[in-house]
Design a protein around this ligand. Structure first.
Ligand code: PLP
Length: 402
């Protein structure tokens, strides 16, 4: 996964320097990966893609045949995804929805509303009372911040639940919401179940333990309030290893574990909504080395671009996996800056020491003009970056094997 496929490599090497940096997406690789994820999941488990990981329209469309729907978390994502993949089921969540966003979600006919607070529920109930046709009902999942037993979430890089956070309903508020909904306070709302996206960066065993706890808790909630538990959305958060990019999340084991859970609860639909683990691998951030220098005994290579385009290593504090693609033309009459040191730190063009893409990259012989392909740039990369800091040009975007 650190070495680009031939089509990605050919494209990177064929680009004019003026087209660099470039985001290059291999849509064939994305389709193949999504197909293998889908194949590892049992029937009865629905797969939604969390659009915030990467909402590029080409990626959303490429995922189409392999997903059951898309999870969106803002009015902007809602409008964009509804246009990119028209007619596909959407789940609308997120803390801090405005009344206008909720109205837009109702207008768009989203399949599921993920309710994050009692206030969120009341605004939704009020707005939808006016717009819902007689006899039809709005499908609701309560997003709950569950106190998970044991150390389920211990390995997580980012925990949204199991501790104080702004996400989801506190268990006591979830009881109130369930009792209001079960008492038919709002007959046009239908409580279908629970949503719990609790953490990010977990391996299959930890996510399965969390899923079991979520389902057990949800069953007990439905028993206390006398509603039929139809669905549980156990969220995303499947681990992507930036340190060992060839080691993928164990979808096989995860799928088998989910099958055991659904077998124990006939009639229950489980849903998952990964983002990162679906799209991270198909994207590459490609650029060229502008300059190479020694600084106090260490080698630095400054590349065109930086963390204003690929913020992932800065936000996660890792070294972005990469590979060097030697590039021959050097149409200048002086020698190419180069390094013989065994390791080089790759930085961007920003005037801040935080602009580090990868430290201690083994790249002896690295020269100015060589190209570098940063891997795992298909999720939480371009779309989370601070594009206009220092006013460098934006990268070009390429979608291969459409
Ligand atoms: C971000 C998010 C996801 C996806 O998380 P990944 O770590 O990218 O898999 C899923 N559900 C919700 C509610 C989210 O906020």
């Amino acid at each position: 996964m650190t070495t680009p496929t031939d089509s990605v490599k050919d494209r990177i090497l064929s680009l004019d320097p003026a087209d660099l940096p470039a985001y290059v997406y291999d849509l064939a690789a994305l389709r193949e990966h999504a197909a293998s994820v889908r194949a590892a999941l049992p029937a009865g488990v629905e797969l939604y893609y969390a659009a915030k990981a990467n909402p590029e329209a080409e990626l959303l469309a490429a995922l189409g045949p392999y997903v059951d729907g898309y999870e969106v978390s803002s009015g902007g994502e809602l409008a964009h995804v509804a246009k990119a993949v028209p007619g596909r089921p959407l789940a609308f969540g997120g803390p801090g929805k405005t009344p206008a966003e909720l109205a837009a979600a109702l207008e768009a006919g989203v399949a599921r509303h993920h309710v994050e607070s009692l206030h969120d529920l009341r605004v939704l109930a009020t707005l939808s009372a006016r717009s819902t046709a007689p006899g039809s009902r709005i499908g609701i999942l309560l997003r709950v911040n569950l106190p998970l037993a044991g150390s389920c979430l211990a390995g997580s890089s980012l925990a949204m639940g199991g501790r104080p956070t702004p996400f989801g309903l506190d268990p006591a508020d979830a009881e109130t919401a369930a009792s209001l909904l079960s008492a038919d306070t709002w007959p046009h709302l239908e409580l279908l179940g629970v949503h719990a996206h609790l953490a990010s960066g977990l391996e299959a065993a930890a996510l399965l333990a969390a899923a079991e706890s979520i389902v057990t808790w949800s069953k007990a909630l439905s028993a206390r309030h006398g509603f039929a538990l139809r669905e549980v959305n156990v969220g995303g958060g499947m681990h992507v290893s930036y340190a060992a990019p060839d080691v993928l999340f164990d979808w096989q084991a995860y799928g088998e574990g989910l099958a055991r859970i659904t077998a124990a609860h006939p009639g229950l639909t489980l849903r998952i909504e990964p983002g990162r683990a679906l799209t991270a691998y198909c994207g590459w951030y490609a650029t060229e080395v502008l300059d190479v220098k020694d600084s106090h005994g260490e080698a630095f290579a400054v590349v065109r671009g930086g963390t204003h385009h690929l913020r992932t290593p800065a936000t996660k504090g890792h070294d972005q996996p990469c590979s060097v693609l030697p590039y021959e033309p050097w149409p200048r009459p002086w020698p190419r800056p180069a390094t013989d040191r065994p390791e080089t730190t790759l930085t961007g063009q920003l005037c801040t020491p935080k602009d580090l893409l990868a430290r201690n990259v083994p790249a002896p012989g690295l020269r100015a003009g060589d190209r570098v392909a940063f891997a795992l740039a298909g999720a939480y990369a371009w779309n989370i970056s601070h594009h206009d800091f220092l006013m460098h040009p934006h990268p070009t975007h390429h979608f291969l094997n459409a």
